[in-house]
Write a protein that binds this ligand. Structure first.
Ligand SMILES: C[S@@+](CC[C@H](N)C(=O)[O-])C[C@H]1O[C@@H](n2cnc3c(N)ncnc32)[C@H](O)[C@@H]1O
Length: 436
């Protein structure tokens, strides 16, 4: 496969070359006009050094050198895996505006590689104006991210130094920040109702008759947490959202606030393809923070495969008047997997983890597993089962079928409903149970 140069780096390099060339032109002219003056040399050197040291290419080069001087292992030893991913996520959030603007600048630079005539024509129909508008919308998205960053730094007691020391080893995950930001549209704005509501309707339809007081709910891969939030409002004893990605976890935390603010998010601007017009590309959604997090909802920043009910029960029993009561409040379990199973590298590991939770219940307890989601496996999946194979496997592992929607429902995921490309997934919906 042919290697393509990174467009952002190319833009940065072009900019640096332009600046340095301008300094040389200035030096040539000054030396020509004032042949006896000693000033042009130092002035040109100063501006060349300023241009180089301010370029992000130099910053990256400096980081690489620093990394080779300070052994990475010595920095890594200082932080836990979770803490490190939290710092990396915070660094990526802090880089959003810079990365998004560089990406938008690369569109500007590509446009400038056309002939003068072509540029003039495209200018007349407002293309450069669209690029400017997108810059402004990036700035508005950055306002939310700035608040999110400050609050998360505060709440997790992270210092800028700590973030920098981790960030030195890794580059920013720009596209993941964009994805998390777009999740505010899916989970927490009316624009996402069309994607989330059918999932919630099915999940709730499977919960009739489930005793709220004696049931724990676990939502693995909870993303920005809307499904877990709605389940908490159903008054279960406790609901546990388990999210592996630090970005998703931090974005989910930011949903809750004692003093809710309203933000504007432009989710569809991060792509120039498939737009009918500028208005659609830069349209926004309103995201309003919810008040306080429901008292029975806990969001865990964790790999679901490491999540244990036993640990949870110990914590719950510590808070109970009579610790023996724990067998009542955690007698039953509901596991809700939404757009989650196909994210597995090893699907069997997920199913083993869910089955293990069911087997950790006290005798006489019941586990109900509700699933809504597609089967679009990633590129590194160890096994890619069909819907039918998955159903046979569940039976083999002791799960008894309860319900299944016969025809998968076509649903979007972060889909731009005014765009020219609208992806839809066939979403399977089923539930099954396991008795202790
Ligand atoms: C496709 S998203 C779905 C998010 C949410 N359930 C929804 O429907 O909007 C899958 C989520 O699972 C998370 N995830 C993947 N593997 C995980 C694991 N082993 N433990 C916990 N979360 C995981 C990802 O970070 C991502 O947020």
């Amino acid at each position: 496969m042919a290697l393509r140069p990174d467009p952002i780096q190319t833009v940065e390099l072009n900019r640096l070359i332009t600046k340095v060339s301008l300094v040389f032109i200035f030096y040539g002219l000054a030396a020509y006009c004032f042949p006896d003056s000693k000033l042009p040399g130092p002035v040109a050197t100063f501006f060349t050094m300023a241009a180089v040291s301010q370029s992000s290419l130099f910053t990256r080069f400096k980081s690489k050198i620093l990394n080779s001087v300070v052994p990475i292992s010595s920095v890594q030893q200082k932080y836990s895996k979770e803490r490190e991913s939290l710092c990396q996520a915070l660094y990526s959030i802090s880089q959003y505006q810079h990365s998004a603007k560089s990406w938008n600048d690369s569109k500007r630079s590509m446009f400038r590689t056309m002939s003068w005539r072509q540029q003039a024509l495209v200018t007349q129909i407002g293309y450069p104006e669209r690029i400017k508008k997108i810059d402004r919308c990036i700035g508005r998205n950055a306002l939310l991210l700035k608040d999110l960053y400050s609050r998360a730094m505060n709440e997790h007691g992270v210092s800028a130094l700590e973030v920098r020391s981790v960030a030195r080893q890794n580059s920013s995950e720009y596209y993941r920040v964009v994805e998390s930001l777009c999740h505010y549209a899916r989970d927490w704005s009316s624009a996402g109702d069309v994607e989330i509501k059918p999932l919630l309707d099915y999940i709730k339809s499977q919960l009739h008759g489930v005793d709220r007081d004696s049931t724990l709910v676990v939502v693995p891969g909870s993303g920005l947490g809307r499904i877990a939030h709605e389940l908490a409002l159903e008054n279960f004893h406790s609901v546990h959202a388990v999210e592996y990605s630090a970005l998703m976890y931090l974005f989910n935390e930011f949903v809750y606030s004692e003093d809710p603010e309203e933000y504007i998010v432009h989710p569809y601007l991060h792509n120039y393809s498939n737009h009918t017009n500028t208005a659609n590309q830069i349209r926004h959604i309103n995201f309003k923070q919810v008040g306080e997090k429901p008292g029975n909802l806990t969001v865990h920043h964790k790999d679901f495969n490491d999540f244990s009910i036993e640990e949870l029960l110990t914590k719950i029993s510590q808070g109970l008047h009579d610790p023996a009561e724990v067998t009542h409040v955690a007698k039953n379990l509901v596991v809700v997997t939404a757009f989650f199973l196909d994210t597995a590298e090893n699907l069997l590991e997920y199913i083993d983890s869910i089955t293990r939770l069911a087997d950790e219940l006290p005798k006489g307890g019941k586990a109900l597993w509700i699933n809504v989601g597609p089967l679009k496996y990633g590129t590194a999946a160890k096994v890619e089962l069909t819907h039918e194979e998955l159903s046979l496997l569940r039976k083999k592992m002791g799960w008894k079928p309860v319900h299944e929607v016969e025809t998968p429902k076509l649903l979007g995921y972060l889909t731009d409903l005014r765009g020219l490309w609208q992806g839809k997934y066939g979403v399977t919906m089923w539930s099954c149970e396991k008795l202790r």
